[in-house]
Design a protein around this ligand. Structure first.
Ligand code: GRF
Length: 186
């Protein structure tokens, strides 16, 4: 699931294609026709489905559409790779312990929007990213993998975000593997 640029989505596809991750990205779901993720899916020849939140004014309705789509595609795991909508409990109930999210901070610090800006404003010297299982609380849930990066005095939001992004691309495939192993071992 992606709403924006889609670099994490592409990193997952590459990890699967290189054999680093023994999985297949069966489909991409986007909520926005103009997002970069959609163009990446076309280039990577991954089936893509647009589920526009504007067609679903009530949140559970959007989540029911997502559930139907994922069930039809028989997916085992769902990855929120830059999905900007909050998901409803109904989706988590349909895919318990099967929804992974990536967030650009060392959770539990700096939840919510503009985590990179929050870290800069707080003056932390180390930030990073977290891949975690999704729970009902936003940017919470069991942590699967984290990576830390230094925050430089000269950093802007975009330079720090770029450093964090590079680590996201590294840890997200690891987190998917851990989530799958966790399910396998009960
Ligand atoms: C990432 O920073 C991720 O942590 C956050 O959304 C951003 C998505 O980036 N949830 P991209 O679209 O994968 O490039």
């Amino acid at each position: 699931m992606a709403s924006g640029n889609g670099s994490n989505f592409e990193a997952l596809v590459e990890a699967c294609r290189s054999g680093l991750l023994k999985a297949t990205v069966g489909m991409l779901v986007v909520n926005n026709r103009d997002c970069g993720a959609l163009r990446r899916a076309e280039r990577l020849t991954i089936p893509c489905r647009l589920i526009d939140h504007r067609d679903h004014p009530k949140r559970p309705s959007l989540d029911r559409a997502l559930i139907t789509t994922f069930r039809e595609a028989a997916v085992d795991l769902v990855v929120m790779a830059g999905w900007v909508r909050i998901i409803a409990p109904v989706l988590l109930e349909a895919f318990p312990d099967r929804v992974v999210n990536i967030h650009p901070s060392l959770l539990p610090n700096f939840r919510g929007v503009d985590a990179v800006g929050q870290a800069l404003a707080a003056g932390v010297r180390i930030s990073g990213c977290t891949a975690h299982l999704v729970s009902e609380e936003v940017d919470a849930g069991p942590i699967l993998v984290q990576a830390a990066v230094p925050v430089m005095a000269s950093d802007t939001s975009s330079s720090l975000a770029a450093r964090i992004h590079a680590q996201e691309h590294r840890i997200l495939p690891l987190a998917v593997r851990l989530a799958a192993e966790r399910l396998h071992h009960g």
